[in-house]
Each structure stands twice: as structure tokens, then as C-alpha cells.
Write a protein of this length. Structure first.
Lengths: 266, 183
């Protein structure tokens, strides 16, 4: 726990760790205030982990798979069939499998960091990465929609069919705001906020345990056990949310792509 | 806690919604590299295995179907052969029966012919014997009649030549009479 490494607090008041605890000092500072941070190292490490695992799993391909190949195939098949094929469907889905596959495992590994002792820092607790991924997806689905339907796509995406004309002045601005403005923001902030909040909660619980243990009173020391139990429960919940958010982000990407592909039938 | 976050966000310049551009760059580059590896190696390799596996399974099904087709073809052929063999046996039996009948008929015919030949031979023999008998009888009867007549009429009729003529004439008349009766 990062909080445990902090200097001992005054025994009188409890100061919870804040967001600044997520901004560790740079490992390798350069030029300006910002340097090479732990997040950057973790991102690079995640690329190495994912690429190594899947290239190893896929390298010696056999019709009857071994354990590693089976695990790789199960993971690949989960995104390919469970997300891409089910949501996008048809004959088009294969084109988008690489994007969805990369997104899912990139986010998954970077989230799971938060549940691994010592590393204990989900990369997307910094908003930058979430912005980047949401922007990639945003550009992708708009590009797909325009390529498929031409500029008519913007009309298809904002003017719903079967709505009386006198409601259109209200509906069209809502559609524009929800599809083109709010969607990328929620897409990125959902990932970022869950990672940040989860990490903060675990951190605060950890700091709370430390604070209570340091107290003179035996009753307060005993109460730390309760907080520790809560911290473990929160840790489990956070681990679940890490996996879930990777899935949700990828699933939403697939839904956006599907919507752009079949804009004329919506 | 709220107070702490708000104060931290305002004083320390750590507004959580403001991204670090270097981190964005690293995430973008990392994602791009990973995406490249996935597009270039991971997806093609997995898809190749999936396709090969599907092909192997479908190939196995096709092979089984082929084997089944071959088996049913063999069964059909066997049945056909059995039918052919039965027909062949029937045909042979019919032929044998016909041949037997023919042999029987031939034998009957041959026996008939033989019996006819024997009968004809017997007839011819009888005829020749009759002829011989007739010839011998003619001379003998002539002699006997002449002897008898000379005995009856005496020495007057002892001239041979004359008596022979008388007998011949007599017999010729007799033959003519016979012929006339036969007609």
C-alpha cells in the first residue's frame, strides 16, 4: 500500500490520503516538472506482457491445443466471439476484432495492476490514458459511419426516424449532444473514475488501518480489524470492477461500431 | 475527505481531469505498438488455427460421409451380385433342363431312326428272301408242274423246249392276272 509508506501521522487527527498520492515522483525526471512516471513504465510493461503472452500462445499452433495455447485461444475467443461476433455480427465483425482485442487486454492488464501488490497502481487512475483510448474509439466509429454512409451518416445518427416533426427540434440537439459530445466523455471518464475511486478507497482503508493501529487505546487498535476486513472486501470489489470495466469499455466500443455500421437501420 | 480532495485539487495543481500529455503519448504509443503486434501476428495466427481446426473437423465429417457412401455402394454392389448370381443359377438350371429335354428328344429320335432302319433292313431282307423264294419257287414249281403234267399226259410232252415255253406262258399269264388284281 502506498499509504503505508507515508510518514507516520500525528496520533490526534486522521488525514486521509488524497489524489496527489496517485502522482508519485517521477522515476526519471526530465526537462519540465513531468518526468518518466510509474504509469508510463506500467503501460510499456503491459504491452510487453500482452504481446509476449499471446505471441507465445499463438506461436506453436496445433489442432489439439496445449495448455498455453488453450488459454490464449479462450482469451482470444472471448473477445472475438463473446464481444465482436455477438455485438457486431454478420460478416463484418472480423475487421474490428484486432481493435476490440487490443483494447480489452490493454485495459485489463493496466487495471489489474491495481490489484497486484507492490505495483498496486491502475494506469487509468490517471485520466490521460483513458482520454487517449476513448479518442481512438471516437475517431474509429465516426470514421466507420462516414465511410459506410457518407456525410449522410451525421443525419442518420442525429435524426431518429418515426418521430413527429414537431418533436424533432428537441430530439435533434439531444441526439447530437448525447452521441457526439457526451459519449466520448462518459466513455473515458467511466474507466478513469472507477479506477481512481477504487484505488482511493483501498488506499484510504489502508491508511485508516494504519492510523487505528497507531492509537494508544486498545479498543481503537481492535477496531482496526474491522477496517481491515472492510479493506479486503473493498479490494475484492475493486478487482471485480477492474475486470468489469475492461469488459464494459470494449463492449461499448463494439456497440458504437455496430451503431455506426448499421446507422441506416436504427 | 471531500475537503481534502478539493483542497488538493486546487492548491497542488493535481486536478484529476487534467491529463499529463507525456502519459497520453506513452499510452498512445503503447497501444499502437500492441495493436500492430495483434494485427500482424496474434489475430492471423489464431484465425489460421481456427480455420485449420474447422477444416479438420469438416474434413473428418466429409471422410466419414465418403466412407459411408462407399459402404452403401459396396452393399448395393453385393446385393446386385447376389441378384445376378441368382439369375445366373436360374438360367443355368433352365438351360440344363432344356438341354436334358433336347438330349432326351434326340435320343428318342435316334432310337426311332434306328428302329426304322432295323425295320427297313428287315423288310428288305424279307423282300429279298421272298424274291429268292419266288425265283426258286418259279423254277421248282415249273419243274414240279412239268413233271406232274408229263406224268399226267405221258411221254408226249417230253420235249423240253416246248414244255418250257408252255410253262413260261402260263406263268406270265398268272403274273398278269396278279398285276391286274393288284391294280
Amino acid at each position: 500500500m502506498i499509504a503505508l509508506a507515508l510518514p507516520a501521522q500525528d496520533s490526534g487527527t486522521f488525514t486521509p490520503p488524497g489524489i496527489e498520492e496517485l502522482h508519485l515522483p517521477a522515476i526519471l525526471p526530465w526537462g519540465a516538472a513531468e518526468g518518466f512516471s510509474k504509469q508510463m513504465l506500467l503501460v510499456i510493461l503491459s504491452v510487453v506482457i500482452i504481446a509476449t503472452f499471446f505471441v507465445l500462445a499463438a506461436r506453436k499452433q496445433q489442432l489439439v491445443p496445449g495448455k498455453l495455447q488453450f488459454a490464449g485461444e479462450a482469451a482470444y475467443g472471448f473477445v472475438r466471439n463473446g464481444i465482436a461476433k455477438d455485438i457486431i455480427g454478420g460478416r463484418d465483425f472480423m475487421k474490428y476484432v484486432p481493435l476490440l482485442f487490443t483494447l480489452f487486454f490493454f485495459i485489463l492488464v493496466n487495471n489489474i495492476y491495481g490489484a497486484i501488490p507492490v505495483i498496486q497502481l491502475p494506469t487509468f487512475s490517471h485520466v490521460g490514458g483513458a482520454y487517449v483510448l476513448a479518442a481512438i474509439v471516437y475517431v474509429t466509429w465516426i470514421g466507420i459511419g462516414v465511410k459506410k454512409n457518407g456525410l449522410r451518416y451525421f443525419k442518420l445518427a442525429t435524426v431518429p426516424t418515426g418521430v413527429p416533426w414537431y418533436i424533432l427540434p428537441i430530439v435533434i440537439p439531444i441526439e447530437i449532444i448525447s452521441n457526439f459530445l457526451v459519449r466520448p466523455v462518459t466513455h473515458s471518464l467511466r474507466l478513469f473514475a472507477t479506477m481512481l475511486a477504487g484505488h482511493l478507497i483501498v488506499m484510504i482503508a489502508g491508511a485508516g488501518v494504519e492510523f487505528l493501529v497507531m492509537q494508544e487505546s486498545v479498543l481503537l487498535k481492535g477496531a482496526s480489524v474491522l477496517v481491515l476486513g472492510g479493506a479486503i472486501a473493498m479490494y475484492m470489489l475493486e478487482a471485480l470492477i477492474m475486470v468489469l470495466q475492461a469488459y464494459v469499455f470494449t463492449l461499448l466500443t463494439a456497440i458504437y461500431i455496430e451503431g455506426a455500421l448499421h446507422a441506416d437501420s436504427h | 475527505m471531500h475537503q481534502a480532495i478539493i483542497s488538493a485539487a486546487t492548491e497542488g495543481g493535481t486536478n484529476p481531469l487534467v491529463p499529463n500529455p507525456w502519459e497520453m503519448l506513452v499510452v498512445f504509443a503503447g497501444f499502437a505498438v500492441l495493436m500492430f503486434i495483434v494485427v500482424k501476428y496474434v489475430v492471423p495466427m489464431f484465425e489460421k488455427t481456427f480455420a485449420e481446426r474447422a477444416e479438420a473437423i469438416e474434413g473428418g465429417i466429409a471422410k466419414a460421409e465418403k466412407a459411408q457412401a462407399e459402404a452403401s455402394a459396396a452393399l448395393e454392389e453385393y446385393k446386385q451380385q447376389l441378384t445376378d448370381a441368382r439369375a445366373e443359377a436360374n438360367r443355368i438350371r433352365e438351360e440344363a433342363r432344356a438341354e436334358g429335354a433336347q438330349i432326351l428328344a434326340e435320343l428318342k429320335e435316334k432310337a426311332g431312326a434306328e428302329s426304322a432302319r432295323i425295320t427297313a433292313q428287315a423288310h428288305a431282307q424279307i423282300e429279298s428272301e421272298r424274291q429268292a423264294a419266288v425265283v426258286s419257287l418259279r423254277t421248282e414249281v415249273g419243274t414240279l408242274a412239268t413233271t406232274l403234267a408229263s406224268r399226267i399226259v405221258g411221254e408226249s410232252l417230253s420235249d423240253d423246249a416246248r414244255s418250257a415255253r408252255v410253262v413260261d406262258r402260263f406263268l406270265a399269264d398268272l403274273e398278269n392276272q396278279n398285276a391286274g388284281v393288284a391294280k
